[in-house]
Design a protein around this ligand. Structure first.
Ligand code: GUN
Ligand code: ZN
Length: 408
């Protein structure tokens, strides 16, 4: 049992954050066992110089692009060709896949992200390696090998049946192998996936109630390309609908340029959207239609989208979420909700993670905080979001275990 005295910032919903000062939090095994104003014991660890937040959730990130953050290109398609595809090809080497997975997960934990939804390079071995390192380090993740079987560079393009079968093998090997890891089928995006690969994947995932992630309508040239590849289909979203890729366990990265009829399809199928604002700035992809998503009541969460996003810090992503909107004002409370409870809701894990409540998994972040006793939560959240570097992560727990502690 671990007993800690601290101040808790707990997202209640999209607009409200609870701030409880001088709380005694106990962790028993991997769960939050109690939260009370009085200690059960005389010996507690003093974290009253910190605020305690739920572990953050990065709902869209590319592990094998970790080393190409900040490599500039004009926009999505040239960037993929110039930087992403050559870099992902390097992860066919098991040693490289090992090194990059370690670097990635260590940085992720250090930045306070305890759950991530990951694409790896399109190789069985690279994805298997990512799972092994995630298991070794004890982080919570949904991981999938990118699927690409058409219009892709040599070295990355897979044969349809091999690509599908390897994903199925990875799913059987890793999905639910321990309580922290799951497989997510990851058809990269329509331009590099054949209809047969998408359909095989969609059918398998729906039969097995498995997760799917892909990219949708991120960039205008990408959309033109999809229109030219599928002249008979009325929209990009419908390409995914026809191939059985949409549903409550589908996470659609970006979803920027959408018509109302596409938003209607997303809503009806129960699919979720992942907004990646830092990436949208970097690739000049456009402005996420925040108000439309709210109008259609489509759940969405946040992703770093590293390597188009420049940093794994979800505080950075929260900041960019507000900066990227010209009119909609993203409050610190809303950004915080999206990086925690909202992320958990989007991936259907809000019964386990995303908030600080008795019975939930002890995925916790302690961040240094000046004068927490005298400040309001909105002031502290705002500082976390905009001045992340002044607000260093002190300690991170995943599933009841310390995974990062800054040298004292
Ligand atoms: N669309 C297809 N692949 C990718 C990728 O790796 N990153 C981003 N941002 N968009 C994509
Ligand atoms: Zn992406």
């Amino acid at each position: 049992m671990i007993l800690i005295k601290t101040h808790i910032l707990n997202p209640l919903n999209r607009f409200e954050t609870e701030f409880r000062k001088n709380v005694f939090l106990t962790i028993k095994g991997n769960r939050i066992h109690s939260l009370s104003d009085q200690p059960d014991d005389d010996h507690w660890e003093d974290y009253t110089h910190c605020v305690c937040l739920p572990g953050m959730i990065d709902a869209h990130v590319h592990l094998s692009q970790f080393r190409i953050r900040g490599k500039h290109s004009s926009e999505l398609l040239p960037w993929l060709n110039e930087h992403v595809f050559p870099e992902e090809a390097r992860s066919s080497e098991p040693e490289y896949a090992d090194v990059i997975a370690r670097e990635f997960f260590q940085d992720l934990i250090r930045k306070g992200t305890t759950t991530s939804v990951i694409y790896t390079a399109p190789f069985f071995s690279a994805c298997d390696k990512a799972f092994r390192i995630a298991e070794e380090l004890g982080v919570r993740a949904l991981i999938g090998a990118a699927l690409m079987d058409v219009n892709s560079p040599e070295g990355l393009q897979q044969k349809t049946d091999t690509a599908f079968q390897e994903s199925v093998d990875l799913y059987h090997e890793w999905n639910g192998k321990n309580e922290l890891l799951e497989y997510i089928f990851s058809p990269r995006f329509a331009p590099v996936c054949s209809p047969r690969l998408m359909k095989l994947t969609g059918d398998f995932a729906s039969r097995n109630n498995a997760y799917i992630q892909t990219h949708l309508s991120e960039n205008l040239e990408e959309i033109k390309l999809v229109r030219s590849l599928y002249p008979e289909v009325s929209s990009y979203t419908e390409v995914y609908l026809k191939n059985n890729l949409l549903g409550p366990k589908t996470l659609l990265g970006h979803a920027i340029h959408l018509s109302d009829s596409e938003l209607e399809i997303i809503k009806k199928t129960g699919s979720k959207v992942i907004h990646c604002p830092d990436s949208n700035f970097f690739l000049k992809s456009g402005q996420f239609p925040w108000s439309d998503l709210l109008r259609f009541e489509i759940p969405f969460a946040l992703g770093s989208d590293v390597g188009a996003g420049t940093d794994l810090s979800m505080f950075q992503v929260m900041k960019m979420a507000n900066y990227r909107q010209d009119e909609y004002i993203v409050s610190p409370e809303e950004a915080f909700y999206l990086a925690t409870r909202g992320g958990a809701e989007a991936i259907g894990k809000d019964d386990q993670i995303g908030a600080i409540e008795v019975g939930k998994s002890a995925d916790l972040v302690f961040a240094d905080c000046r004068d927490p006793q005298t400040r309001e939560s909105s002031d502290i959240l705002s500082e976390l979001m905009y001045l992340e570097t002044n607000q260093k992560i002190n300690t991170v727990f995943v599933n009841g275990k310390i995974k990062f502690q800054r040298a004292r």
